[in-house]
Ligand binder design. Structure first.
Ligand SMILES: [Zn+2]
Ligand SMILES: [Zn+2]
Length: 561
């Protein structure tokens, strides 16, 4: 079988009645962009469909998603999407990919609320059928017998999915930690996990984010004490940056603020969206209504805590605008403090550094994880992973939701927990699972797609390659107007973009060199458009490299009269 073999009806994953297939198209070997497929008796189920974020290598691209080509090709065998929880890396791609997938979605109430709001924005609200499943719900989709188990994480309603088939049971954990005091929602349902373990679990597909971290991730309950003590030290404005989706953290901050007689305001649109979804589903019931940023402006400095978006240094979010002194309602100054109650997502170090420097320049004190206990992770550290293996006792472990080093460390830990087989896989590896074990039986094509303005573009495709080149080397457009016989009918026009200051007027020499080369061409070549273009390109390339030391994109416009 090769990498491009289509999944025809005689493919083992279709006709093999004795095995369950696992195939990640995204999220194995990376943290983000989760897209997991399970196949059984020729039917496929997607668990999670999320995004990851663009970086400096893709200028202009905010969001990147897994290429769903494999499952789009087999859409007639796709039963639907089950969402484990409402984080962007698990549901964020549904609005982008649904027009290609066109399948129903199953989610618990809070996740369904968040997803619905996204679908409204995408104009898909009326089209996507969403079935709301209660917490701990059991339901079937085609040949898959499914059960949700309540976990804890950094957003309400994180679920593991138990997938029961005659070929065996898989526990797909989604994102989780063990928090005895999560503050929002119930603690991890360890009793049910142990019962499922007793039933016998063939394989666990498990979160690897913190597989390199010793100990435990820590409890939201402990954080409440620490943040309460910290906020008590200040008598200026307190701004706290955190992920909008971390509803428990909003509650933690609200309680800490109340202990010091401060009101809490939300600053940033995504916080209000989450607040709405949370309250709609009965969360934050004991937290008073948050103030708007408008209202916050009228409150004495020592009577307010501002929860702000933008802890990752996003330039358009609240914290960055405040740091630039460019926020319509909120200003921070000497004597105020900004607490970063979140981790640094790898890749965001520079942006966060810029943000923190700007705040410090305003005279604002910056407090991070490095200074004080201000954050707990939502993912299991090594002690928690060990406990999960003790409860589930799977025969096979497949680490996902981690980079290569996290997956390797997780696999080693699983083996140390007496797991028979630990399989480190990559996106596109099709894993066959049956009672005898696990094997990679095929490799399907995978890729990444960028959401770029209103289009979806392949990463590595021409558009983004050109954009990178434009960003680093600029571009040149040369227009050649020639008569029927191929002689120049006017001097060549050359315009440079992103190469020289307008006042430098450096194109004369280039234009002369181009004209000389055109005039010097033998007659047969002058009739050949491609030869004219190639010659022009060659002359320009040489001239630009000599003059600027750059290799810009070159576009030749040829007009034949
Ligand atoms: Zn995740
Ligand atoms: Zn998550």
């Amino acid at each position: 079988m090769n990498a491009t073999a289509p999944l025809t009806a005689d493919h083992p994953a279709i006709r093999d009645p004795d095995a369950l297939y696992f195939l990640p198209l995204g999220g194995a070997g990376e943290i983000g962009m989760n897209l997991n497929l399970y196949g059984y008796r020729g039917q496929w189920l997607i668990i999670d469909c999320g995004v990851t974020f663009g970086d400096d290598a893709q200028p202009g691209v905010d969001v990147v998603i897994a290429d769903p080509a494999f499952i789009v090709e087999h859409r007639d065998r796709l039963l639907g999407i089950v969402a484990t929880h409402a984080h962007e890396d698990h549901i964020g791609a549904i609005p982008y990919l649904w027009p290609q997938l066109q399948c129903p979605v199953w989610a618990t109430p809070f996740t369904a609320s968040v997803l619905r709001a996204k679908l409204v924005e995408a104009g898909l609200a009326e089209r996507v059928p969403i079935t709301t499943v209660p917490m701990s719900g059991r339901f079937t989709i085609g040949p898959f017998d499914l059960e949700l188990i309540t976990l804890t994480h950094s957003i309400p309603e994180p679920n593991a999915v138990v997938i029961r088939t005659a070929a065996g049971t898989v526990l797909h954990t989604g994102d989780w930690k063990l928090d005895p005091e999560p503050l929002i929602g119930s603690p991890t349902d360890e009793a049910r996990l142990r019962e499922v373990g007793d039933e016998g679990v063939l394989a666990i597909v498990c979160d690897s984010t913190n597989a390199l971290k010793p100990g435990s991730s820590g409890s939201e309950g402990d954080l409440r004490h620490s943040l309460t003590e910290l906020i008590g030290r200040y008598d200026g404005r307190v701004a706290v940056g955190c992920f909008a989706s971390n509803v428990a953290r909003l509650a933690t901050i609200a309680h800490a603020a109340r202990a010091h007689d401060r009101d809490v305001a939300l600053v940033g649109r995504s916080l209000w969206r989450i607040d709405k979804a949370a309250r709609e589903n009965g969360y934050l019931a004991d937290v008073p209504r948050f103030l708007t940023e408008d209202e916050a402006g009228y409150i004495p400095r020592d009577k307010v805590v501002l929860i702000c978006t933008g802890s990752q240094g996003e330039p358009r979010a609240a914290l960055a605008r405040i740091a630039r002194d460019d926020h319509p309602n909120i200003a921070l100054e000497e004597g105020d403090v900004a607490i970063f109650s979140s981790r640094i997502i790898p890749g965001n170090e520079k942006a966060i550094g810029r943000l923190q420097n700007a705040l410090v320049r305003l005279g604002v004190e910056v407090v991070t994880e490095a200074d004080h206990f201000v954050h707990v992770s939502g993912h299991p550290a090594r002690d928690e992973l060990t406990r999960m293996y003790q409860m589930i006792r799977p025969r096979i472990a497949i680490p996902v939701h981690g980079e290569a080093r996290h997956l390797a460390a997780h696999a080693e830990l699983a083996r140390a927990c007496q797991v028979h087989e630990a399989l480190v896989i990559e996106n596109g590896d099709m894993v066959r699972l049956d009672r005898d074990g696990a094997a990679i039986v095929d490799e399907v094509p995978v890729g990444r797609i960028a959401q770029d303005g209103k289009s979806l573009l392949p990463i590595g495709g021409t558009v983004l390659q050109q954009r990178r080149r434009l960003g680093s080397d600029g571009s040149v457009v040369a227009t050649l107007v020639v008569d029927r016989r191929g002689w120049l009918a006017a001097p060549p026009q050359i315009s440079l973009v992103g190469l020289a200051e307008p006042s430098a007027a450096p194109v004369t020499a280039l234009r002369d060199a181009l004209a000389d080369a055109m005039e010097g061409l033998p007659a047969p070549l002058r009739h050949d458009d491609n030869a004219l273009r190639d010659t022009a390109r060659r002359v320009l390339r040489r001239g630009l490299s000599g003059r600027f030391g750059k290799r810009p994109l070159i576009d030749i416009q040829l007009v034949r009269l």
